[in-house]
Design a protein. Sequence first.
Length: 341
Amino acid sequence: MRIGVLTGGGDCPGLNAVIRAAVRKGVQVYGHEFVGFRDGWKGPLENLTMPLDVAATRGILPRGGTILGSSRTNPLKIDGGIDRIRETLAGNGVEAMIAIGGEDTLGVATVLAGEGLPVVGVPKTIDNDLGATDYTFGFDTAVQIAVDAIDRLHTTAESHHRVLIVEVMGRHAGWIALHSGLAGGANVILIPERPFDIDQVCDYIEKRFASHYSPIVVVAEGAVPAAGTMALHDQGLDAFGHVRLGGIGAVLEREIADRTGQEARATVLGHVQRGGTPTAYDRVLATRFGLHAIDAVHDGDSGVMVALRGTEIIRVPLADATRELKTVSLERYAEVEVFFG
C-alpha cells in the first residue's frame, strides 16, 4: 500500500516523531510505501511531494517543527478543492492518508473521509483543546517553555518592582495559561473561558505589591475583558475564519499601568512556544500516535483519529475530534484562584 502523510496548521513539537514512527513501522513491519505531501493541504492540492522513507526520517525524533512543512491552506474554500486532492492522490498511487493536525486540519480530513477518501487523523495542537483525546502532543513542551520564561521573569519583576505580564498561546482554550501559570506561581491567570474584570485584576496586583512582592500575570492570547470594560482591536481573519489574535498583553500593560500607577511590562512568548526540541513526554506520546495511526491504516480503518484515553491509545471517529473543543471548566479555573493576588 502507498500512504500519504501531511502535517497541517501551526507547527508543533513532536510532529517529526509522529512521521518517524508511522514510516518506520509502516515500512519495516507492514511493507508499505510512503509519500510526503508538503505544506499541509496545499501539498495534495498542488501536487507538492517529497520522498518519505526510513532514511528520510532518521535523526528527526528530537527536532521541532516538521520536515514536511505546514500551512493553513483550506481546500474546502477552494473551488474544486476536493476533486483536485482526489486527482493528486490517484496520480501518486496513494491509497490512504495520514493527516496530522488540529481542529482545522482534521476538519478537512473529516470531510474527505465522508467523500470516500481513506483518511486517519493524528491530533496535534499545543492548545490541548481537542475534546476526543486526553492530551495532544506539543502541549507539554509549550507549557514547559512558558514555565521556564515565568521562572526567569519572577527575578526581574522583584528586582525592578514591576508588574510582568506573560502572554501565552490559547485562542479559545486556556490550558497553556492555566498549567503554566499554576506551575510558575503566577499571581493572576486570565483565560478565554472566563472574561476578566480589569478592576479585579488591578486589585490582585495591588494586593501583591502590598505584601512586598511583584506580581506576574499570565494571560492567554484569546482572553477577553468583561463586556464594556476594555476595548480590543479587530485584527482580521485567517483562511479558516479565525480572528487573528495577539496584543492582549500590550493592552493589559497599558491598562494596569494607568489604573495602578505601577510600572508594567509585557512579554509575548508567541511562536517560541511552538519551536525547538519536544519534551520527553511529547516525544513518547507522538511516537505512540504514529505507531497506532499506521496500524489503523493497515487495518483498513478510515474516518478515525488516534486518541489518548488514560494511558491507552484508542481510535475515535474523526467527527468526534472536531465536534466540540475541550475548554477549561470554571471548576478547574476556580481551583487556581486561591493563588491570585
